[in-house]
Design a protein around this ligand. Structure first.
Ligand code: CU
Length: 167
């Protein structure tokens, strides 16, 4: 029984829907409700644009391209959530899923069967190898203190963070 409780707690902490409700970062948006499309390029180690001005309640489709030579993440969260996410990314590096300039998606799938965190399936984030593209639709309702950042080890630390101004 105690074990079951622990498992349930573990699952709760590992789903983004839980984070969405409690972390005030907004929620996964619907394609049919997109108000605006913003194109984003990821370089080593910064975003273009470097900051975003978004209205509260707006649903944005981010079309993200990795134009750099390293793997990068486009992750919509707050500073605390990024901090919690970084050890997961470090484990992905340790398990050789995440390499400097590529992502071993086969290995990712295999490891994810044992450890869900290794799947890197978060509705608030896209992880891209060089030249890859990814879309992220996000609704900025109930959002505050948002940072868009990259948690590939070392990148956040050297400032791969874009500020989000919410009006
Ligand atoms: Cu990065």
């Amino acid at each position: 029984m105690k074990f079951l409780k622990l498992v349930i707690i573990f699952i709760l902490f590992n789903t983004t829907s839980f984070a969405d409700k409690n972390m005030k970062i907004g929620s996964k948006g619907k394609l049919s409700e997109v108000d605006r499309v913003i194109k984003v390029k990821m370089y080593d180690n910064y975003y273009e644009p470097k900051s975003f001005s978004i209205k509260k309640g707006e649903t944005i489709k981010f079309e993200v391209v990795n134009a750099g030579e390293l793997v990068h993440e486009f992750n919509i969260a707050n500073a605390m959530m990024h901090k919690k996410h970084r050890p997961e990314m470090e484990r992905m590096v340790e398990n050789e899923i995440l390499l400097a300039d590529s992502i071993d998606r086969e290995k990712m799938k295999k490891m994810a069967k044992m450890d869900k965190a290794m799947a890197h399936s978060h509705s608030n984030s896209v992880l891209l190898a060089p030249k890859e593209k990814g879309d992220l639709v996000w609704k900025f309702d109930n959002a505050m203190n948002i940072e868009i950042a990259c948690n590939v080890p070392g990148h956040y630390e050297i400032g791969m963070i874009a500020k989000v101004q919410l009006d």
